[in-house]
Design a protein around this ligand. Structure first.
Ligand SMILES: [Zn+2]
Length: 112
């Protein structure tokens, strides 16, 4: 993957991840509102339990998306530094197919 294609892919992935974070933020707000509107007695309220579960799922997705943004930022830095596409452990070139699937990958498949 050449630098221009890599930058395009990373920039696109970053926008998509930011969009996901925005929608997750809205979803979490919605869950909080739903909880407020429902019976506050979570422990004995089946709906409260479901909402707590949904909330923890949305939080987990958000944590994953934030980590992805870090990885994308790191990849953009490596691109600027001319180190893009090299494994940070062994220095070998990361396979094209792997970079196509995960343009933010910082390690070869052996060290992933
Ligand atoms: Zn490696």
């Amino acid at each position: 993957m050449d630098a221009t294609a890599a930058r395009d892919a990373l920039t696109r992935a970053r926008s998509e991840t930011r969009e996901l974070l925005r929608s997750l933020g809205a979803e979490i707000d919605g869950i909080v509102d739903a909880r407020r509107d429902s019976n506050n007695d979570d422990e004995h309220d089946p709906e409260g339990t479901t909402l707590a579960y949904e909330r923890s799922q949305a939080d987990a997705l958000r944590v994953g998306a934030l980590a992805r943004l870090d990885e994308i930022g790191g990849a953009l830095d490596r691109l600027s530094a001319g180190d893009y596409g090299r494994c940070e452990v062994c220095g070998a070139a990361i396979a094209e197919g792997r970079l196509a699937a995960r343009p933010w990958a910082s390690r070869c498949i052996t060290h992933a």
